[in-house]
Write a protein that binds this ligand. Structure first.
Ligand SMILES: [Zn+2]
Ligand SMILES: [Zn+2]
Length: 206
């Protein structure tokens, strides 16, 4: 399940033999499991609070839709009605409202299309802390929801962890991430660290 208040998934920690709470920014690698469909299943590698890195399987529904809170069974005190009400109702209303306004729970810059595009946790390929900004930011390789091509984005942890939260400025690497002799992970790290030029996209500037 996804705790929509803390913005963390409940995933299994084999070392602690129990559940641990994992934010999207603690993911390190996401791969679609070959052969699984309806629902699709993803292999998620994440850095656990226990200090180790684990791999677990997460279904597409859990990964991309649970964070929107529609399935949550938690309740909250509605101060207007004085009653406990389902968080899910509140979150579903919020999601409908946001989508109607043309907002998406997650957005990333697509360099090949020179445009902001919707994305999901399942769109992430690699995630790593970005030490140049004192660990406050995270570098991600994201597959565009629209054109399926890849771009390196540098975003805040909240941009990944909190659905509907969008950074006012997003840095990205202005180089096409194409297939060549380098492994995708090696190329991702090269683009992030040995840096071809980075460009900043500002929300206000459109
Ligand atoms: Zn663990
Ligand atoms: Zn695109």
């Amino acid at each position: 399940m996804f705790d929509a208040i803390r913005n963390r998934y409940a995933l299994t920690c084999p070392s602690q033999a129990g559940t641990t709470w994992v934010a999207v920014s603690a993911f390190r690698r996401v791969r679609r499991l070959r052969g699984a469909s309806a629902p699709a299943v993803f292999r998620v590698e994440f850095d656990c609070e226990c200090g180790q890195r684990h791999e677990t399987l997460v279904s597409h529904d859990r990964l991309d839709w649970e964070p929107l809170g529609n399935e949550s069974t938690e309740t909250y005190m509605n101060l207007l009605t004085g009653r406990r009400e389902l968080v899910a109702t509140e979150f579903a209303d919020q999601a409908t409202d946001q989508l109607r306004k043309g907002n998406w729970p997650w957005t990333f810059w697509c360099h090949p299309e020179s445009s902001m595009r919707p994305g999901f946790p399942s769109s992430l390929r690699f995630v790593t802390p970005e030490h140049q900004h004192g660990d406050q930011r995270v570098g991600v390789l994201v597959r565009c929801f629209h054109c399926a091509r890849h771009t390196v984005n540098i975003v805040s942890r909240d941009h990944l962890d909190v659905p509907w939260h969008a950074d006012p400025a997003i840095e990205f690497v202005s180089q096409v991430f194409d297939g060549d002799e380098l492994e995708p992970e090696e190329r991702f790290r090269h683009q992030l660290w040995e840096g071809p030029s980075r460009v900043q996209w500002l929300a206000d500037a459109g």
